[in-house]
Design a protein around this ligand. Structure first.
Ligand SMILES: *[C@@H]1O[C@H](CO)[C@@H](O)[C@H](O)[C@H]1NC(C)=O
Ligand SMILES: *[C@@H]1O[C@H](CO)[C@@H](O)[C@H](O)[C@H]1NC(C)=O
Ligand SMILES: *[C@@H]1O[C@H](CO)[C@@H](O)[C@H](O)[C@H]1NC(C)=O
Ligand SMILES: *[C@@H]1O[C@H](CO)[C@@H](O)[C@H](O)[C@H]1NC(C)=O
Ligand SMILES: *[C@@H]1O[C@H](CO)[C@@H](O)[C@H](O)[C@H]1NC(C)=O
Ligand SMILES: *[C@@H]1O[C@H](CO)[C@@H](O)[C@H](O)[C@H]1NC(C)=O
Ligand SMILES: *[C@@H]1O[C@H](CO)[C@@H](O)[C@H](O)[C@H]1NC(C)=O
Ligand SMILES: *[C@@H]1O[C@H](CO)[C@@H](O)[C@H](O)[C@H]1NC(C)=O
Ligand SMILES: *[C@@H]1O[C@H](CO)[C@@H](O)[C@H](O)[C@H]1NC(C)=O
Ligand SMILES: *[C@@H]1O[C@H](CO)[C@@H](O)[C@H](O)[C@H]1NC(C)=O
Ligand SMILES: *[C@@H]1O[C@H](CO)[C@@H](O)[C@H](O)[C@H]1NC(C)=O
Ligand SMILES: *[C@@H]1O[C@H](CO)[C@@H](O)[C@H](O)[C@H]1NC(C)=O
Length: 746
């Protein structure tokens, strides 16, 4: 049902309005994901995404309605308009963009603005309505304000909405405009009948709704705000990977749309701004193809992260608040300022930075001093007077501080917990993402040890950390690695849970009997006939007094991808063998006995938990439920490849440099033909499923529905769940540009 069709083309045009006589290349892309149609438009003046939603005959009309969104990376800004049929029943109004003299379907808006600092930029085009319609709700300003409405409890703020002006334009048209809280920027949306003489737009001033008849309307959306500098595909990719521009133009165009010299953006349209975790995971997975050096994509990622570090405690920023929403949040604090805000709710994000920097400096040692000498402060004024070197050290110091207690005493209390005032703290950042747990699996078993290995390497790399600091950086050269080993070897057992095969079978049966979204086979035959079924909790200290949240999950990918050292004792080797075998089993077994569905690997599966609460919360409509995330497929595939590579001493793959000292010895599971065969089988099953779902791979997340007559059917998450619409393009879902199937392992 979900056909992702792609039309991609680039052309040259001359911008008649521009004062400069130079030409300005436009790059456009159309991505169809019914009921969503996505259009991208970038030229030398601005970058825009337009999302048109039009209900399908089978759409749930309480979730899907006619809607037009224009989203801009600059200031994380946008315009959202909702439409309703004037007379017909709900669902009878359809809208679409059509090609016209204004564009195919989009064309540029570029207007020099007398006296103002920045020109008006944006897009225009023609939109068609199949019946008379009302524009019911316009939201002009920040994407965050739009998301508060689309994802929150339909929140509209008087301070934003009351500032919308509705005026007549060209006699029969209308303009909606709003001055931002900065008193400088104006967002404008114009709708004018186009080759459509029989109609006329009526404005209701009280509620700023617009009424109009069926037919064609030209629309334009623009704003006057400083723009970002997009990196063209040729600059995002390293010189060895330029051929990808011809081979995979759709993906490289999307990657370029999300890449700017200032930062990489997490996703389109909902996350068109900085997110620390997303950009660093993407840079790690894309490393073989991403540009390096001055002005490169890799340095855009590292620089963006360093600029936003909290200098007081070394935390890496999760999300920035910029543009109109920043001014709005400042106002809530009674501060008159347009200064951006930076949030630090996450506990995982700190650990990615040393891993990324160690990897980068290992490959580009010539960039160490140039990058670290740079002065921070252009993004977060708090960081003025600090160099990138200062911020790198403060982050490493935080990690050394946070990991010391567990290195001394391996108690559950000394594991890394979510911040006490937060419900979330790692990538599964929705309310039930880790089942209410406080101690996540990925951070403790994978990210902490990887960061420690990386800090050890950075400490041994001349020119990274200065010698005379309050921290004993010289000691880190060995201390970080010995501490990493403790975290590598002593954390898994807190999460391991074993159920007997017969208990597992009865839990599966109960899941199928009680689940609201799955009533197919249990696939219990894939479980062993007797003995134990081993799995790993997604977190500890869960809701409802659950000591561990025994949801089967894909976060084992973090351990496979980030941890490559060989355990020091036979008992710990056996633990590693149980872990990798259980991870392989979770992929080899079909849902609900395992994670594998025809839509590929789901990121969570509560079927074996035996908990009704977990079964109720981890559903096919939950953002981090039994749904498929592209970046998890990519990380799992690369992680399995790295682990299998360790079995083959002759041709070890390019491991993370932080583990280079540990690469020599082969893990004992490599010599266990049953485990080795299982891991290899898992790798191939995963890749078969990735290839079978290639149409979805660049999206953020997708789901499925099941019935005994249709079987599994791929379904957009936004269709199942209001407020959790997937991004059509997500930065870390483009990592398959670099992560490829190793045919030798077939
Ligand atoms: C609109 O124009 C684009 C670019 O020329 C073309 O690919 C597309 O098929 C056109 N759409 C329609 C509906 O004609
Ligand atoms: C408004 O009318 C002017 C003059 O006819 C025309 O140049 C302009 O394109 C019209 N604007 C819109 C948005 O239709
Ligand atoms: C909206 O209207 C008010 C009152 O007429 C005016 O002061 C303001 O400048 C207008 N804002 C915009 C963005 O046109
Ligand atoms: C914008 O103008 C209003 C009214 O003059 C003023 O109260 C407010 O502080 C100004 N906001 C900013 C961010 O300058
Ligand atoms: C446009 O609407 C106004 C006010 O409702 C009406 O007086 C006028 O006749 C309409 N014009 C057309 C062309 O429909
Ligand atoms: C807006 O106001 C008009 C009249 O002023 C009314 O007819 C219409 O129902 C209102 N629309 C909404 C969506 O509130
Ligand atoms: C930075 O960290 C300090 C110390 O933890 C904290 O008090 C401060 O609120 C943080 N800054 C921001 C912007 O969150
Ligand atoms: C802002 O000022 C208002 C009015 O004086 C006050 O009620 C409110 O508590 C203040 N908010 C903050 C965050 O200080
Ligand atoms: C940076 O240094 C200058 C000059 O020494 C000083 O005036 C300013 O307060 C410092 N800024 C910060 C954020 O520390
Ligand atoms: C930043 O680094 C320089 C050079 O090592 C050092 O002299 C300075 O004290 C550091 N500043 C802070 C705040 O750590
Ligand atoms: C790390 O701990 C030391 C000693 O308690 C303290 O001085 C320093 O501020 C801490 N650094 C960070 C970044 O947390
Ligand atoms: C480790 O922590 C436990 C629990 O708090 C405590 O009983 C034990 O004495 C500690 N051991 C060491 C070596 O500090």
């Amino acid at each position: 049902m979900l056909a992702l069709s792609i039309a991609l083309f680039a052309f040259w045009f001359h911008d008649a309005l521009a004062q400069s006589s130079g030409s300005c290349r436009a790059v456009t892309q159309h991505l169809s994901d019914p009921p969503y149609e996505n259009y991208f438009y970038s030229d030398c003046h601005s970058d825009s995404q337009v999302v048109v939603t039009s209900p399908l005959p089978d759409s749930n009309l309480s979730i899907i309605g006619p809607r037009l969104i224009v989203a801009w990376p600059a200031g994380n800004s946008g315009i959202c308009t909702y439409f309703q049929p004037q007379n017909g029943r709900n669902g009878s109004l359809g809208i679409e963009l059509v090609n016209s003299t204004l564009g195919s379907p989009l064309g540029p808006v570029y207007k020099e603005n007398d006296g103002a600092k920045y020109p008006y930029v944006g897009i225009e085009g023609v939109i068609s309505f199949n019946s008379s319609a009302t524009l019911t709700i316009p939201i002009l300003g920040s994407i965050r304000t739009i998301r508060d409405f689309t994802e929150g409890p339909s929140l509209l703020r008087p301070i934003i909405q009351d500032a919308v002006n509705a005026t007549k334009t060209n006699g029969t048209g209308a303009t909606l405009s709003r001055l931002w809280l900065d008193n400088v920027t104006v967002s404008t949306f114009t709708l004018v009948p186009y080759q459509n003489s029989g109609t006329n737009i009526t404005i209701h001033q009280q509620n700023k709704t617009l009424n109009f008849g069926p037919g064609f309307y030209s629309f334009s959306a623009s704003f006057n705000y400083p723009q970002l500098t997009q990196l063209a595909p040729g600059r995002v990719l390293n010189s060895a990977s330029q051929n990808l521009i011809q081979q995979q133009p759709d993906q490289t165009t999307s990657l370029s749309f999300l890449s700017y010299s200032e930062k990489l953006l997490a996703g389109a349209w909902r996350f068109l701004t900085y997110f620390g975790r997303d950009s660093m995971i993407s840079a790690l997975l894309l490393e073989p193809v991403l540009s390096q050096g001055n002005g490169s994509a890799t340095e855009a990622v590292i620089g963006a992260v360093l600029e936003r570090i909290n200098r007081t405690d070394g935390s890496v920023c999760h999300e920035e608040t910029i543009g109109d929403y920043a001014t709005y949040l400042n106002l809530q604090d009674n501060i008159t300022s347009t200064a951006p805000g930076f949030t630090y709710p996450m506990i995982d994000t700190d650990y990615y930075l040393p891993v990324l920097m160690a990897q980068y400096f290992n490959h580009s040692p010539s960039r160490i001093s140039a990058l670290l000498q740079r002065n921070a402060g252009s993004v977060d004024v708090q960081n003025r007077n600090l160099t990138y070197a200062n911020l790198t050290l403060i982050n490493a110091e935080k990690i050394m501080n946070q990991t010391a207690a567990f290195a001394k005493n391996q108690t559950q209390a000394n594991l890394i917990h979510l911040k006490s005032d937060q419900l979330v703290g790692q990538w599964r950042d929705s309310t039930y993402g880790i089942g209410g747990g406080r101690i996540p699996f990925d951070v403790n078993t994978a990210l902490v040890p990887a960061a420690l290995r990386a800090i050890g390497q950075l400490a041994r790399t001349p020119g990274v950390f200065p010698n005379n600091t309050r921290a004993n950086v010289t000691a880190w050269r060995t201390l970080a690695d010995s501490r990493a080993r403790i975290w590598e070897e002593q954390t898994l057992h807190f999460f391991e849970f074993n159920t007997t095969a017969s208990v597992a079978r009865s839990r599966l049966q109960r899941f199928v009997n009680t689940s609201t979204f799955y009533n197919g086979p249990t696939n219990a035959s894939s479980l062993p006939a007797s003995g134990n079924v081993t799995n790993y909790a997604i977190s500890l200290d869960g809701n409802n007094h659950l000591s561990s949240v025994d949801v089967m999950h894909s976060d084992s990918a973090f351990r496979l991808f980030f941890v490559n050292s060989t355990p020091s004792t036979p008992a710990e080797q056996a633990q590693e063998t149980r872990f990798i075998n259980a991870t392989a089993n979770s992929l080899v077994r079909s849902f609900p006995a395992g994670l594998m569905t025809p839509q590929s690997m789901v990121v969570a599966n509560p079927a074996l938990s035996g908990s009704d609460v977990l079964i109720a919360n981890f559903t096919n409509a939950a953002y981090h439920g039994t749904v498929v995330w592209s970046f998890q497929l990519s990380m799992m595939a690369k992680g399995l490849e790295r682990q299998l590579g360790r079995c083959d001493n002759g041709s070890a793959p390019s491991l993370s440099p932080s583990s280079s000292s540990m690469m020599a010895s082969t893990p004992s599971w490599c010599n266990d033909t049953s485990v080795y065969g299982n891991v290899k089988r898992a790798y191939n099953i995963l890749w078969d499923s990735i290839e079978a779902n290639s149409a979805q791979l660049q999206g953020e997340v997708w789901s499925w529905t099941y019935s005994n007559s249709t079987g599994f059917v791929t379904t957009p998450l936004g269709v199942l769940s209001s407020g959790t619409e997937s991004d059509i393009r997500q930065l870390w879902s483009l990592t398959f540009l670099a992560v490829k199937r190793d045919e030798i392992l077939k």
